[in-house]
Write a protein that binds this ligand. Structure first.
Ligand SMILES: NC(=O)c1ccc[n+]([C@@H]2O[C@H](COP(=O)([O-])OP(=O)(O)OC[C@H]3O[C@@H](n4cnc5c(N)ncnc54)[C@H](OP(=O)(O)O)[C@@H]3O)[C@@H](O)[C@H]2O)c1
Length: 294
């Protein structure tokens, strides 16, 4: 399947749906017990046409990147968009270079398409030093594009001030239930500043609350509630998404969530009427402790 893409005015382009590797290869510690299944799941996604793969140095303490290395053997790397992230505590000038080199080695790659700050740097780390290192990686041709995660407009703008490269994306917790990024103006900021908003946790880990509205719309569009939830994201300007699945049925379901669009009225109905909306992420709240106030 050819996954539709979204393209910014800057020319940066991402498929509307990509595969995330959080919880593949362990959580915060490496867990190799399911490597074979996870390699199979990544290859199933690649075979189905997924080209955007998202990982991080912290996923499984580096093991997700090692699994990805094995999964990519035999595939045409030039057709893929591989994204990885440097953790907030590794964002000193030397730390960025060291983390990047280690990620590249674990993944067995000679460049990364998208290198992201996993959060705004920890207090005590100067964002100017962080971005000087990020710019050098771009200059050296080791990184094609840079971006951020989990940033308010304020932190995004502060980060942008310290790099000569355009920050192409902000990866944030966004789904039908979790709306902090609407509440804090992150969605509007992305749409007004030619930034791709990459929505993580689109299915709230598969545990979105039961919703009569999603059921009604699922019937109307002849889709499942999960497909409506994914399409609600990708039908919005500048929004693409990433989900993790190791289950072939879920992969099929999620891929059938794209390539069509919910009508604008229904997007707004979900925005207003979805039950139990939360204005603060239960995973990475945007006002986490960092140098620049929200
Ligand atoms: N930048 C950040 O701070 C940050 C934070 C969190 C996540 N992320 C990225 O975003 C990606 C996606 O987020 P996520 O993995 O946390 O959340 P998610 O994709 O909403 O949820 C993944 C979970 O939902 C299940 N699932 C997938 N499709 C399903 C379906 N159709 N029906 C029912 N359950 C389904 C998966 O189980 P099965 O494997 O059994 O299908 C998995 O347990 C991550 O993998 C990661 O790459 C980034």
């Amino acid at each position: 399947m050819l996954i539709p893409t979204k393209k910014l005015s800057s020319g940066f382009e991402l498929p509307v749906y990509g595969l995330g590797l959080w919880q593949m290869g362990g959580r915060w510690e490496a867990d190799a017990s399911k490597d074979d299944d996870e390699i199979r799941a990544i290859r199933a996604a690649l075979d189905a046409g997924i080209t955007h793969i998202d990982t991080a140095e912290s996923y499984g303490n580096g093991h997700a990147e090692e699994i990805l290395n094995k999964a990519l053997q035999g595939y045409d790397r030039s057709k893929l968009i591989i994204a990885t992230k440097v953790s907030a505590n590794n964002q000193t000038y030397d730390g960025v270079h060291k983390s990047f080199k280690a990620s590249l080695e674990r993944m067995g790659l000679d460049y990364v398409d998208l290198y992201l700050l996993h959060r705004f740097p920890e207090p005590g780390i100067d964002i100017a030093d962080t971005m000087r290192a990020m710019d050098e990686l771009v200059e050296q041709g080791l990184v094609k594009n840079i971006g951020v995660c989990n940033m308010t407009p304020n932190r995004f703008d502060e980060t942008q001030k310290h790099t000569k490269n355009k920050l192409v994306c902000n990866q944030v917790h966004y789904n039908v239930q979790y709306r902090e990024i609407e509440d804090k103006g992150v969605l509007k900021h992305a749409q007004e500043n030619d930034v791709m908003l990459v929505a993580w946790r689109p299915l709230q880990k598969g545990i979105l609350p039961q919703s009569a509205l999603l059921d009604e719309l699922a019937k109307k569009y002849d889709k499942t509630p999960a497909q409506i939830a994914i399409n609600w994201l990708t039908s919005q300007d500048n929004v693409v998404t990433l989900s993790k699945t190791s289950n072939p049925e879920h992969l099929k379901e999620n891929l059938n969530a794209i390539g069509w669009s919910i009508e604008a009225d229904d997007i707004e109905r979900i925005r207003k009427e979805f039950p139990d909306q939360q204005m603060v992420s239960d995973a990475v709240p945007l006002n986490y402790d960092a140098d620049v106030e929200v």
